[in-house]
Design a binder for this molecule. Structure first.
Ligand code: NAP
Length: 236
């Protein structure tokens, strides 16, 4: 992608944590950003924190697990900014349970938000990106998209699925000059993490993930990075 100025990005879950850091970094680069989330107070709070960029930021309450919400959000963003250059599938939820205690509701919730959400959002933006023969889809997976750990089966299944979705999208969209990368972080200091075995200041910071995304967007046309695994110092 050439200069990032005035490029248009959609960031799911842009109202907090990693999504907010990504949104902030993109706005600082001069990009236009459309964010969504289920909790309108959360995205309004983010909007007020970023009010100096208000002309290039729009926020919409939307649940990525609901196709109608996604389609409305993408339509509104396209109407406001005229095009879509980047989609960051960042929204996610994490519930932990031993396999024998995973309920249908738990499993469906994990898969609907973390996997069906990125599917719906990708489906909604692909026609716009194909039209311009350019684009970038970045999926925020997890180290749990590479390995399963005790208690993470449902979450890991959703993130492994997201890795597979990323691979298929990359192969299908390459001919349209649309790149796809999955990012797999370990513990990142965000509201999602409440019981990490390390102090917050020793975790990966949300801004680190935002920097990785800007790095990807600044690569030359023929450079393809399939995945970035971000681990904490000492994690090996
Ligand atoms: P976070 O602060 O809890 O952010 C998650 C965001 O996703 C929130 O803004 C939330 O907003 C939004 N969201 C959740 N469900 C949604 C839905 N159905 N529709 C729309 N938005 C939804 O957590 P985070 O750590 O920044 O997580 C961001 C991503 O990073 C997730 O995909 C997570 O799995 C991944 N990740 C996190 C870590 C970590 O250690 N923090 C590590 C690896 C990967 P609402 O609640 O308002 O909907």
């Amino acid at each position: 992608m050439n200069s990032l100025k005035d490029k248009v990005a959609l960031v799911t879950g842009g109202g907090s944590g990693i999504g907010l850091a990504i949104t902030t970094a993109m706005l600082e680069e001069g990009m236009c950003v459309a964010i969504c989330g289920r909790d309108s107070h959360k995205i309004e709070k983010a909007e007020s924190e970023l009010k100096q960029y208000s002309s290039r930021l729009m926020s919409t309450p939307a649940d990525v697990a609901k196709k109608t919400d996604v389609d409305k959000w993408v339509k509104a963003a396209t109407k406001q900014f005229g095009r879509i250059d980047v989609l960051v599938n960042n929204a996610g939820v994490a519930r932990w349970s031993d396999v024998e205690n995973i309920t249908d509701e738990h499993f469906d919730y994990q898969l609907n938000v973390n996997l069906r959400g990125p599917l719906y959002c990708s489906q909604a933006v692909i026609p716009h990106m194909k039209k311009h023969c350019s684009g970038y889809i970045i999926n925020i997976s997890s180290i749990c998209g590479k390995f399963g750990f005790a208690g993470t089966a449902a979450y890991s299944a959703s993130k492994f699925g997201l890795m597979a979705l990323s691979d298929s999208l990359r192969e299908e969209l390459e001919q349209y000059n649309i790149k796809v990368t999955a990012i797999c972080p370990g513990y990142v200091s965000t509201p999602m993490v409440t019981d990490a075995p390390v102090p917050r200041e020793q975790m990966i910071q949300p801004e680190d993930i935002a920097r990785a995304i800007l790095f990807l967007l600044n690569l030359s046309e023929y450079a393809v990075i399939k995945e970035i695994v971000v681990t904490r110092k000492g994690e090996g």
